[in-house]
Structures are given as C-alpha cells and as structure tokens.
Design a protein around this ligand. Structure first.
Ligand code: MF3
Ligand code: CO
Ligand code: CO
Length: 283
C-alpha cells in the first residue's frame, strides 16, 4: 500500500502526498487482480526478456532473408531451424482453433495479419510483415516488422512508414499511471493525419507467461481507462490500412485477414515492459 511519503505509484517521482494524494491509497496488486493483469516478478521479467531477445534475433535474420524470389515457406523453415538451434519453441505452430499450421506469420500487401507461409515467392514491389513469437523456458516474446521488397508503390510505402511511426510514438509515452486508451489516441491521431485507417478487429495484448493475456491493447480510439502499472508486459502492434479499416478473415483457412477493399496494410510489433519510471522495449 502506498504511504503518504512514498514515491507516487504513477511514476511521477513525486511523493504520493504531492501527487495523487488524497486519492485513496492505491493498492497495486488489488487493482491488477481486478483487471486480470499479471504483474510480473523480476524472475519472470528475466525470462520474458530472454524470450523477447531471441524472437527479435530470429526476426532480424528472417528480415535479411526476405528478398524477391524467396518463398514465405522458406522463411518459415529458417524460423523452425533457428528455434530448434536455440532450444526454443515457435508459439504459432498449433496455436488456436483451427490450429495455426506454421511457425511464423507472413502477411503480404493487403493481408493485415495471420498470413500463413506457403509457396508464394516474394516479388519486387511487395511489402511483407514477418511476425515471430518465441517461447524460451516457458516465457513468451512477440514481435513483428515490415520488409519492403525493392521499389514499392506510394500506397505500400505509406502504410509501412505510418505503422512504424504509430508503434514508436505510442511506445514513447508509456509509463506507470497512463490510461491504456492514450495508446489508441496517439496511433489514431497519427494514422488519420497521414490518410490511413486503424484496424480495430485485432489488438495488442498482455504477453509473457502466456501468448495472449490481459489487458487488451486497442490501437483504434477507445475508452479503456485501465492504468499501466510497473511489471506489466504487453505488445503494441498497430495494423494500419491505406483504405478502409475493415478486415475480412479468409473462410478457407480461418486465419488470413485481408483488407475489405484490397488496399495495402502494414504492422510493426514490440513486446514492452512497464518499469517504475517508464518503459523498456524487450524485443
Ligand atoms: N503473433 C501474433 C500476435 O502478434 C499472433 C499470431 S497467432 C497465430 O499476436 F496463431 F497466428 F500464430
Ligand atoms: Co502480438
Ligand atoms: Co506477433
């Protein structure tokens, strides 16, 4: 329980009595429990940091390998080998219902997310999102990036760059005491002012002890007043469209999500830790 002379729980580095006093003493653990949020212990954070580092390392290699002529199946097989070499598990394989059939997601052009690697070779002008989630010693790290294959159209470049800015600008403001809804505000303000829309059917998520935990992190405008707390680990992964925001999931595989108008979509993702004074990007 925060006492009057303790540092304020909100991370302002002021004394509680000079900051959020006279609000009733803030019980961090009770608040987290009420919102089904797992606050991670230092030991768990070490595990999540290790898994996140590996996911980012594998993603780095996959992005270097993503070139014209390379199939997404080939990228998947590299991911399988790297996870094996590091004694890790790729979280997507077998996840969900129906079970996801591959070890990474590869989402090309108008595919918003959850694209399934296959025999399609990358072509000059494509944009691709590669999404890696690694399990190390039971802990999860989750991240994704875009690669532009050669020269790409203005529309594809725009969503690629805008989604990156949306991610990094929304991370920059993160600290204890911030309402989750602020993330959606920052992303929506930037995307809308750059002639793009924000996907609302897929969201960021708590991550670390499980693949998808509370809280949900909406990237579009929302009213979620839940506060960020030290010890939270979650993803931000804005999906930004050049045209309409709506997604349609392929009925033949129940995973591949595409834009309703066939225009381009892009996404970047990090796993983030909320610290006592701010945040740390783990991936
Ligand atoms: N990695 C994705 C995310 O960012 C989830 C993929 S689910 C899968 O949340 F089953 F397709 F792997
Ligand atoms: Co994620
Ligand atoms: Co991911």
């Amino acid at each position: 329980m925060t006492q009057r002379n303790d540092p304020c729980w909100c991370g302002s580095s002021k004394k509680f009595k000079n900051c959020h006093w006279p609000e009733k003493p803030f019980d961090l653990l009770a608040y987290a429990k009420k919102h089904h949020i797992l606050l991670k212990t230092p030991l768990q954070i070490e595990g999540i940091r290790k898994a996140s580092k590996l996911a980012a390392f594998i993603l780095d290699i996959l992005c270097q390998e993503a070139k014209a002529g390379v199939t997404t199946d080939h990228l998947n097989s590299i991911a399988v080998r790297l996870h094996k070499e590091h004694g890790a598990i790729a979280a997507p394989l077998g996840y969900g219902e129906p079970p996801f059939p591959k070890s990474i997601c590869t989402s090309i052009n108008e595919v918003i997310c959850h694209g399934i690697p296959g025999p399609r070779a990358l072509q000059e002008g494509d944009i691709i999102n590669i999404d890696v989630t690694s399990i190390v010693d039971g802990y999860y790290g989750d991240c994704s990036r875009m690669v532009m294959i050669g020269d790409v159209s203005e529309e594809r470049r725009r969503v690629t760059e805008v989604s990156y800015e949306c991610l990094m600008r929304s991370i920059a403001i993160l600290k204890p005491g911030l309402p989750i809804k602020t993330i959606g505000d920052v992303i929506s303000d930037y995307a809308e002012s750059h002639n793009c829309s924000v996907v609302h059917q897929f969201i960021g998520h708590g991550v670390g002890v499980e693949f998808h935990e509370e809280p949900q992190i909406m990237h579009s405008r929302n009213k979620d007043k839940t506060l960020l707390l030290p010890g939270m680990t979650f993803t931000i992964e804005p999906m930004i469209n050049a045209g309409k925001a709506e997604a349609i999931v392929d009925t033949s595989d129940s995973w591949t999500a595409r834009t309703i108008d066939g225009l381009a979509s892009a996404q970047w993702e990090h796993t983030i830790l909320i610290t006592e004074s701010g945040h740390e990007i783990l991936t």
